[in-house]
Design a protein around this ligand. Structure first.
Ligand SMILES: NC(=O)c1ccc[n+]([C@@H]2O[C@H](COP(=O)([O-])OP(=O)(O)OC[C@H]3O[C@@H](n4cnc5c(N)ncnc54)[C@H](OP(=O)(O)O)[C@@H]3O)[C@@H](O)[C@H]2O)c1
Length: 336
């Protein structure tokens, strides 16, 4: 099975070699997008791009003032008022699971269907912090929150004709290790270690979730957009900080380019067949070897479900997805 997966990746890699950046605007109008961490950086660039196309966008961020600034920026860019009226703000702290339960409930009440969920929020932190719910901050923001957001919006994504989940990954995931006995990294913490672990966990989740979704039309993939000039990794972390600054001032691309790369996964036909894949820039690449390890994927899945169950059990049991023995079970429903 692992060999087949590897061969598929090779084939996909070759198919993508000639790929150029092309995002059609046609399918983005009238589609409903949910973009997390969207008041700055790559998320904000995604919203600007989507607003130009007239998409309906739920912007999830933690700072209402930054949302107002975003709207002012759209007005300055002469985006038509009709398009701007389709952009809505949802305030939430995405490192806090109860806040995600609350915001997803508001989103479920606001839209009949969600066409595209972009789990973009993420960060790199030099110093160890613990959330009010007891999780290491990087793991909570970059991984647990993405999983919970996905689970709690799945019923609405299922109602779309072209459900699509895109997680913003990082090439750093390839340097990651899952510290199964110490996911909270309480024994030894290092910013890069925490970031790489969270991004690897996210990639493993994408692979496992894509298997869960294989009988549906919902796509789920991850993309590393490149090194992008944003506010990420602002905290002081010595040599790493200097190295990151250097990258930002040399090879880094603009957030607008990163946004276009991400949107390829929405409507570029070359990407339509992807399920559980890792795209780096404009090419499908192989992800960390651990993502092909069925046992490790299962182990992480079970731990994750166990951690998150108090937040999603009460909601999913009465919604479109049910649970049996810690496994999600997909119930095909009519999209009426
Ligand atoms: N930049 C890169 O080179 C790079 C490379 C690979 C992958 N990525 C990934 O790309 C994604 C976006 O990163 P970025 O570079 O655009 O970062 P960024 O400029 O720091 O933007 C992060 C966004 O997330 C929001 N956010 C952070 N913590 C939050 C929280 N607890 N609750 C709600 N919103 C929160 C921020 O809100 P505020 O506006 O309030 O700060 C901001 O809007 C991340 O997943 C990152 O790992 C980035």
């Amino acid at each position: 099975m692992f060999l087949t997966e590897r061969n598929n990746y090779k084939k996909e890699k070759i198919e993508m070699q000639k790929h150029t950046l092309q995002v059609s605007s046609i399918r983005q109008s009238n589609m409903v997008f949910v973009v997390t961490g969207a008041t700055d950086g790559i998320g904000k660039a995604l919203v600007l791009e989507l607003a130009k196309k007239g998409a309906v966008v739920a912007v999830i961020g933690r700072n209402p003032k930054k949302f107002e600034k975003l709207i002012a920026e759209l007005e300055n860019l002469s985006i038509p008022a009709k398009n701007i009226s389709r952009i809505s703000s949802f305030i939430a702290d995405l490192s806090v699971m109860s806040s995600i339960v609350d915001v997803t409930s508001r989103i479920r009440d606001s839209y009949d269907a969600v066409d595209v969920l972009i789990n973009n929020v993420g960060g790199y932190f030099a110093e160890r912090k613990v959330t009010e719910e007891g999780f290491e901050y990087t793991f909570a923001l970059n991984y647990l929150g993405h999983v919970l957001m996905t689970f709690l919006l799945l019923g609405k994504i299922q109602k779309s004709d072209s459900g699509n989940i895109i997680n913003i990954s990082s090439s750093e995931h390839k340097h990651g290790k899952i510290h199964f006995d110490n996911l909270n990294l309480s024994k030894s913490f290092f910013g890069r270690k925490a970031y790489a672990q969270s991004k690897l966990a996210d990639m493993i989740f994408i692979r496992e979730m894509s298997l869960f979704l294989r009988k549906t039309d919902i796509r789920i993939n991850a993309i590393h957009p490149g090194i992008v000039k944003t506010n990420i990794a602002q905290s002081k972390f010595g040599l790493q900080s200097l190295a990151f600054k250097l990258l930002k001032n040399t090879v880094a691309i603009k957030p607008e380019k990163a946004a276009l790369r991400i949107l390829q996964l929405v409507d570029n036909p070359d990407f339509a067949h992807l399920r559980g894949n890792y795209v780096s820039g404009t090419k499908v690449k192989s992800s960390h070897t651990l993502t092909s390890n069925h046992y490790k994927r299962e182990e992480l899945w079970l731990i994750t479900v166990d951690i998150l169950k108090e937040w999603f059990y009460p909601i999913l049991n009465e919604k479109d997805i049910s649970l049996t023995n810690h496994k999600l079970e997909y119930i095909q429903i009519e999209s009426s």
